[in-house]
Design a protein. Structure first.
Length: 630
């Protein structure tokens, strides 16, 4: 508990002291009174480590303040206090009166003494106690004053040389006010200390090295990580010149610029670091800066750790057969077939247009199989070129190619060991890579890029395609022997336009999902019948297109109540101007396909990325199709 040391320059009765102490006994501080006549040296001894503030007045207070760093609160003298003393001295017949105070203790003397025209009153202030004593001695020798009114030092000095003296006493209200000021000062100190400790605690949990500088670019605070990286930062210091620790001119330039510098690659000693410098300004004035140091080697290790964790988090199947919403009898039979497939170990080939739910079926099959607690790994074969696909699926050894991660990296086959590997858009694989994949499926072992050893893998394969495989085989775009290897069990998902009875259940499900995601509730005027206009659309993008439309509907629909007419109008305004394309019939399927792609791309007015997003194809597929048109 902190003490508030009160050294009153006037006598207080024991009753007054007791009352004052009791009035402040509900504070987290103890108010402690020193004897009025206690010598200065003893008053100094009364200040100990628990003293949080000093309350006093005049020269004694200033002396105590100069001898310690403890906050000093001055007991004020009011005009009424001085007036009361002057009246008292004047009534006793003294005519030549000298008022003497420590400088700054009272500023309003002119308005008081002007009322005593019959008496000659002079006011003098002092800074040096020795000067005050000499001046009073001189007044005594010259007999130029009848009485002295002032603070404790002035009156004691006057009494020593035989001049009548009268101490100006501050009222009890002034003393209470000073103590209250001391309480506020201590409260502020505690708040500042709490903030300092909070900042220091934050610095200690920050993984990077952090140093805090003042306006003179002296280090005033740092965290433990900074001490580890920079041994010159001692365990404890008040301030330390920045140049004593950091000799880099580049770092000094970053500070001198007094502008934010983020993640600047800098050589600090013999290490490469990313340095962020943030200057601090108060009312437009530079008050210091914060510098954050992060070793490049640590960043690379963290990136590797994050990538591993991301891989691990992604190796699970999130969906089950219960997530497949359907009323169509044919679709229900496919669900039952897929559930039966889940009990086997055969490879599965899922055919379906974009957005029909191929990965939903793949995850459900894995989740219902005996491999359900093992990894489920998914990759879109159409999103990567052959080299990237090979390194992703098979992994690579350290130094296999430029940019290869130190220590190498396991491929998806290894990550899916004893689990399931889902190869989406397998029809997009090049024929040369199909040969590599076939060998892996036959031998059940992989060899990393740049490696020499073969790694056994036990993986169930589920593949998906949005193109008819028989046509691709006929056109020699897909290897027939690989097709037979991956198609032990097949699932042919019908498009949404061929199962109209599933549109409303899906629409209701997507509407509920999107309203929760967007935190917006739309009431259906006529229940599920309100969504009937959705059944009139062909949905060539299937369930994915339906979900996208409903998401836009939830975000942009102008009212809070959905109506059939409103949905119909919304669908009409969001449909493309021309929903059909015409292509000439030819004996060459290749020519008809080229005509189709040409018509679609000419009709679409957006960018290539928008085209890919709209038709749910990969940029690789679009690039290849457009290349074939040239």
């Amino acid at each position: 508990m902190k003490d508030i040391l009160v050294i009153a320059p006037f006598d207080l009765t024991k009753s007054q002291i007791r009352n004052l102490e009791e009035s402040f006994n509900n504070l987290p501080y103890r108010v402690r009174f020193s004897e009025t006549q206690t010598p200065y040296s003893q008053n100094l001894e009364a200040i100990h480590s628990n003293t949080g503030a000093i309350v006093s007045r005049g020269g004694l207070g200033e002396l105590l303040r100069n001898k310690s760093s403890i906050p000093y609160i001055q007991i004020p003298i009011t005009p009424f206090d001085l007036l009361r003393s002057i009246i008292h001295v004047n009534n006793q017949g003294f005519q030549k009166i000298r008022v003497m105070f420590y400088a700054g203790i009272f500023h309003d003397t002119e308005s008081i003494i002007s009322e005593f025209g019959s008496s000659h009153i002079e006011v003098e202030t002092y800074h040096d106690p020795n000067y005050a004593k000499k001046q009073i001695k001189l007044l005594a020798e010259q007999q130029s004053v009848d009485a002295i009114i002032g603070d404790r030092l002035a009156t004691d000095s006057a009494r020593d040389v035989g001049i009548p003296s009268f101490l100006v006493k501050s009222g009890e209200e002034a003393l209470v006010f000073a103590i209250e000021q001391a309480v506020e000062t201590l409260n502020h100190q505690i708040e500042q200390e709490a903030k300092r400790q909070e900042v220091e605690s934050i610095l200690q949990v920050v993984p990077q090295a952090v140093v805090n500088l003042n306006a003179q670019n002296e280090i005033k605070m740092c965290n433990e990580q900074a001490r580890v990286l920079f041994p010159k930062l001692a365990p404890s210091f008040e301030t330390l010149p920045y140049s004593d620790v950091f000799t880099s001119q580049q770092l000094q330039d970053q500070l001198n610029a007094q502008t934010p510098k983020r993640n600047i690659l800098t050589n600090v000693g013999d290490q490469q670091m990313l340095v962020t410098t943030t200057p601090i300004f108060s009312d437009g004035l530079y008050t210091g800066a914060i510098q954050i140091f992060e070793r490049l080697a640590d960043i690379q290790k963290l990136e590797l750790k994050i990538r591993k964790e991301v891989y691990q988090k992604g190796l699970t199947a999130k969906h089950t057969f219960e997530d497949i919403i359907c009323e169509n009898l044919g679709m229900k039979k496919l669900v039952n077939d897929a559930a039966a497939f889940a009990r086997s170990e055969g490879t599965v080939l899922i055919y379906g247009e974009t957005g029909t739910g191929k990965e939903l079926f793949a995850q459900s099959i894995h989740h219902a199989s005996h491999r359900q607690i093992k990894p489920f790994v998914s990759i879109n074969c159409g999103s990567l070129n052959e080299n990237l696909l090979e390194s992703e699926l098979f992994g690579y050894e350290e130094g296999a190619f430029t940019g290869a991660m130190k220590g190498g990296r396991a491929g998806l086959f290894e990550l899916a060991h004893e689990g399931t590997l889902f190869l989406d858009e397998i029809n997009e694989m090049s024929r040369s890579f199909q040969t590599k994949l076939l060998r892996v499926l036959q031998e059940k072992e992989v060899r990393r890029v740049g490696g020499m050893r073969y790694i056994p893998v036990n993986v169930r394969i589920i593949c998906a395609t949005n193109q008819p495989m028989d046509r691709l085989i006929q056109e020699q775009q897909f290897k027939e022997d690989l097709y037979y290897r991956i198609s032990t069990l097949t699932i042919d998902l019908p498009p949404l336009r061929e199962r109209k009875e599933d549109i409303l259940p899906l629409a209701m499900h997507f509407l509920d999902t999107e309203m929760k995601r967007e935190n917006r509730f739309l009431r259906l005027r006529n229940g599920s019948e309100t969504l009937e206009p959705f059944t009139s659309k062909s949905w060539y993008g299937n369930a994915r297109e339906l979900q996208n439309i409903i998401q836009r509907l939830v975000i942009t629909y102008p009212d809070h109540e959905l109506t059939s007419d409103g949905i119909a109008s919304y669908l009409e305004s969001n449909s493309r101007p021309d929903n059909t394309v015409t292509i000439p019939i030819s004996d060459s399927f290749k020519e008809m396909e080229n005509s189709l792609w040409t018509s679609l791309y000419q009709q679409f007015q957006g960018s290539k990325q928008e085209f890919c997003d709209h038709y749910q194809i990969s940029p690789t597929t679009l690039w290849r199709k457009l290349s074939n048109l040239k």
